[in-house]
Design a protein around this ligand. Structure first.
Ligand SMILES: CC(C)(COP(=O)(O)OP(=O)(O)OC[C@H]1O[C@@H](n2cnc3c(N)ncnc32)[C@H](O)[C@@H]1OP(=O)(O)O)[C@@H](O)C(=O)NCCC(=O)NCCS
Length: 109
């Protein structure tokens, strides 16, 4: 068998997931991956049911997940959004959390 070209490992990663419900039905989610070794986090899986959009629910989820990130002692969170995802990019720009755009959206906590 040939030697691996790139060293890699598969391991569990700490995560926090928040769910927002309406009448007990889940209508939105967001998750935070914790990269403890660098005190960085990554926001993934932000989603709001289409019939509940533009009511501030994603904003509330992001506030909640940033709170969790600070409690975990993370110093920076990033969020990758596809360039053609106009809704999500407008969300990050419109909400003024303070994310800065490098290659990803990055927020110093
Ligand atoms: C992006 C998404 C999570 C936003 O959820 P939301 O609950 O509608 O967002 P909010 O209501 O909290 O929006 C807050 C502010 O962000 C901005 N915003 C949000 N969605 C926007 C859109 N589609 N177009 C323009 N501005 C938008 C507005 O400034 C809005 O405030 P306003 O409604 O008072 O004008 C939702 O559209 C979604 O689930 N999209 C599909 C999944 C996705 O793309 N997730 C991100 C992957 S990285």
């Amino acid at each position: 068998m040939s030697e691996e070209k790139y060293p890699f490992s598969i391991e569990p990663l700490g995560t926090t997931t928040l769910c927002i419900r309406h009448n007990r039905e889940p209508i939105g989610f967001v998750s935070l991956l914790h990269y403890k070794e660098t005190n960085q986090g990554e926001i993934v899986g932000l989603y709001i049911d289409p019939s509940f959009r533009r009511k501030g629910f994603a904003k509330r989820l992001i506030y909640g997940i940033l709170d969790a990130a600070r409690k975990e002692g993370l110093e920076e969170v990033k969020m990758t959004i596809a360039q053609d995802n106009e809704g999500a990019n407008s969300f990050i720009e419109g909400t003024k959390f303070g994310f800065q755009k490098y290659n990803n959206w990055v927020l110093r906590l």
